[in-house]
Design a protein around this ligand. Structure first.
Ligand code: PAF
Length: 283
């Protein structure tokens, strides 16, 4: 089933809650792939009802980003959800979520702004305001769906950490369930943005997971010094890669690490064919 309005979805959820059913939410921007499917499967397993939201959220795109060309495949997404046992796909329009003239009237929208310490680094450094847009829409989705559980992929690890922080700080009554990164056999982390890459680009994109897995091997062999671990990355890079960042940070609060330990996550972003790809690994 697909629902486009907040009112209809609220009615449905109200009835589920009356029956004492648990509700899982999988927030997405559509173009669903096996990574999303793993989140959906977890929710369907754990919860009586699963809502998958499909909404390309305009306020999390920065000027010059791919809002217009972001893949929109609602029919295929709906089929995948139906086959996976999803109770309802919630696919609102930007107008439904933000009202008339939503894009031009951002100054008139109440935002949820996560702490600067969490957003001034990694993806937030080049995507200023991105996480304000994410937190705002996720908060709205939580208010609309009122889920007991919400499922987020570890692929967008900074996003996951920021959402957990928002939920804790704002006492939002939802449990966040992190879901592991899903990779192609080649090791490439699944992402809707992989669709922008040529066949050769996909091969070049393997550099992200090669660097990360090599760092993990070095760490397991006893190298803990972040400077040394960082140096191991450079031999993997060539003229087809633009390294945006390679950083070692604490898995709970994103503090920088100089010496790696078991609470460390290595974050990487590389541009390949001008597509910005991200990945991460826990040490
Ligand atoms: O991870 C995403 O796809 C989006 O950032 C999210 C969480 C659905 C919010 O628009």
């Amino acid at each position: 089933m697909i629902i486009h309005t907040i009112k209809e979805l609220r009615e449905l959820v109200k009835n589920w809650k009356k029956e004492g059913l648990t509700v899982g939410l999988v927030p997405t921007m559509g173009a669903l792939h096996n990574g999303h499917l793993s989140l959906i499967k977890k929710s369907v397993e754990k919860c009586d009802k699963t809502v998958v939201s499909v909404f390309v959220n305009p306020i999390q795109f920065c000027p010059g980003e791919d809002l217009e060309k972001y893949p929109r495949t609602l029919e295929a997404d709906e089929k995948l959800c139906n086959d996976a046992g999803v109770s309802v796909v919630f696919a609102p329009s930007p107008k439904e979520m933000y009202g008339e003239g939503h894009i031009l009237s951002n100054d008139f929208l109440t935002y949820v702004v996560p702490p600067f310490f969490y957003t001034d680094k990694l993806c937030g450094k080049s995507r200023v305001g991105h996480f304000d847009g994410v937190c705002t829409v996720v908060n709205k989705l939580f208010n609309i769906v009122q889920p007991d559980f919400a499922f987020f992929g570890e692929k967008d690890r900074q996003q996951l950490i920021i959402i957990k922080k928002m939920v804790k700080d704002l006492n939002i009554p939802v449990e966040i369930i992190p879901c592991p990164i899903v990779r192609e056999e080649s090791g490439l982390a699944l992402s809707s943005r992989n669709n922008y890459l040529s066949e050769n680009g996909k091969k070049e994109a393997l550099v992200l997971n090669r660097i990360l897995f090599n760092i993990k091997t070095c760490y397991n062999k006893g190298i803990k010094d972040v400077k040394l671990l960082t140096e191991t990355a450079y031999s993997f890079l060539n003229e087809n890669h633009t390294l945006e960042y390679l950083e070692f940070r604490d898995k709970n609060n994103l503090e920088e690490k100089k010496v790696a330990d078991n609470n460390t996550i290595v974050f990487i972003a590389v541009r390949v064919e001008n597509v910005r790809l991200i990945d991460n690994i826990e040490l």
